[in-house]
Design a protein around this ligand. Structure first.
Ligand SMILES: Nc1ncnc2c1ncn2[C@@H]1O[C@H](COP(=O)(O)OP(=O)(O)OP(=O)(O)O)[C@@H](O)[C@H]1O
Ligand SMILES: [Mg+2]
Length: 263
């Protein structure tokens, strides 16, 4: 059984169906990339997988998370899954952070709730979590989100997402809002944490180079539907769908420009 199994997922609004008949699965410890242009349904799919769709949107089909049905589930069923089973890191770190709470406390809260840590053990775990996201300065724990840089905030959002030791991390364009040099550091950090913890990763991006680096297998979304799926190496070497061919060709063209600039 896969850790996340999406089958025939359709998401409807009052006037449209922005996601149609999407199916894919993520096994424990696997890294799956989802790529697609803006508006192709990447974020709605990841929100549906965690039961976080806005109430104006209605999902149908099936989403099994660790064997439990998410589509139509009550909050009492979903709440225990968020944390130990699945967590999301969003594009904009501020959406995940409480502006009025020191960041150390925001990391401590899920550790207290889900791992039952208290007192000195909790303090040590928060320090270790900050160290793990390469923010070892103890002053960071006492900072408020607005006192940190964008890259530091995203590292904190990652530390909060990982605090309850989820088995699946969904990263929805986690570096798109960061400048390029900072992006690289956050991607390396995610790569390392996923490997060290043996976590599964659902990595969402519109950037082929970035998803190819982070994932072993790719799902290509266009206009709310899956148009191609396969191992990264195969998709890059022999893209089957015209949209994927266009993505690969434009990534190559960019590479050529960069190579030309460097020589
Ligand atoms: N709350 C909503 N109600 C109705 N339609 C919505 C809602 N949220 C998103 N949509 C529509 O669903 C489609 C898919 O949106 P989604 O946010 O999943 O795209 P995306 O692939 O994540 O794009 P991006 O790369 O820009 O983040 C879009 O056309 C969007 O307009
Ligand atoms: Mg999105």
């Amino acid at each position: 059984m896969s850790l996340l199994e999406v089958s025939g997922l359709t998401i409807r609004s009052a006037s449209a169906a922005p996601v149609r008949d999407v199916s894919f699965a993520v096994d424990a410890g696997e890294r799956l990339g989802v790529i697609g242009e803006s508006g192709s349904g990447k974020s709605l799919t990841s929100l549906a997988a965690t039961g976080l769709l806005p109430s104006s949107l209605t999902p149908s089909g099936s989403i099994l998370l660790d064997g439990r049905e998410v589509v139509g589930a009550r909050d009492a069923v979903l709440r225990p899954l968020r944390g130990p089973v699945v967590q999301i890191v969003f594009q904009e770190p501020l959406t995940a952070l409480d502006p009025l709470m020191r960041v150390g406390r925001q990391i401590a809260e899920p550790m207290r709730r889900h791992l039952g840590l208290r007192g000195g053990a909790l303090r040590d775990a928060v320090a270790a979590a900050l160290d793990e996201v390469a923010l070892p300065d103890p002053r960071i724990a006492r900072a408020f989100p607005h006192e940190l840089s964008g890259g530091q905030r995203q590292r904190i959002a990652i530390a909060i997402a990982l605090a309850a030791r989820p088995r699946l991390l969904i990263a929805d364009e986690p570096t798109t809002a960061l400048d390029v040099t900072v992006q690289h550091g956050v991607l390396s950090l995610l790569e390392r944490l996923v490997a060290v913890r043996g976590m599964a990763l659902l990595f969402i991006s519109h950037d082929l180079a970035v998803v190819s680096r982070m994932a072993e297998r790719l799902v290509v979304l266009q206009n709310g539907s899956v148009v191609e799926e396969g191992p990264v190496a195969r998709v890059l070497a022999a893209p089957g769908h015209p949209y994927t061919r266009a993505l690969v060709a434009s990534a190559r063209a960019l590479d050529d420009v960069l190579d030309g600039a460097g020589s």
